[in-house]
Write a protein that binds this ligand. Structure first.
Ligand code: RTP
Length: 159
């Protein structure tokens, strides 16, 4: 192969939604966590800061309706701005969840987001989609206007 020829790794990418809860925004952790996803090699394809309504949040957490903590979760999530972002990359859903750590921060390994920054399950910094199917639904809910599509040329350094 000549020095001017290159082979890029071809990977199948997926999208995941990461949603900062109000504690993540108010504690100034947004930049740090964006950096972690960038450093890992994921590509940012959507980002917004919003003050979500309870109705919107009830749709996002629809599968948790009936849980004893559901009302307080919705009230808390509607108490201040949240940041939604979509990351694209190889196994982004699974790896994103691994980067977040366990739901209960006390069980989260050091090096994970919750393991480094959180102590309480009700203040665990951010949400990450738990399946490709749910990611699709969540991205549609939070970004109905659509997400950025990079061309191959614009995205040549990242998956
Ligand atoms: P997430 O959806 O936020 O990534 O969290 P998860 O799948 O790890 O956990 P899930 O059971 O779906 O809970 C969603 C969020 O609700 C809050 N929570 N509070 N006992 C409690 O007070 C309690 N349990 C869960 C957490 O913020 C959790 O991330």
């Amino acid at each position: 192969m000549s020095v001017s020829e290159r082979t890029y790794i071809m990977v199948k990418t997926v999208l995941t939604l990461v949603l900062f809860q109000p504690d993540g925004v108010q504690r100034g952790l947004v930049g740090n966590i964006i950096s972690r996803f960038e450093q890992r090699g994921f590509k940012l394809v959507a980002l917004k800061l919003v003050h979500a309504t309870p109705e919107h949040l009830e749709k996002h957490y629809a599968d948790l309706k009936g849980k004893p903590f559901f009302p307080s979760l919705i009230k808390y999530m509607a108490s201040g701005p949240v940041v939604g972002m979509v990351w694209e990359g190889l196994d982004a859903v699974k790896t994103g969840r691994a980067m977040l750590g366990a739901t209960n921060p006390l069980a989260s390994a050091p090096g994970t987001i919750r393991g480094d920054f959180a102590l309480a399950v009700g203040r665990n910094i951010c949400h990450g989609s738990d399946s490709v199917e749910n990611a699709e639904k969540e991205i549609q809910l939070w970004f109905p206007e659509g997400i950025v599509q990079y061309t191959a040329d614009q995205a040549k350094w990242i998956f």
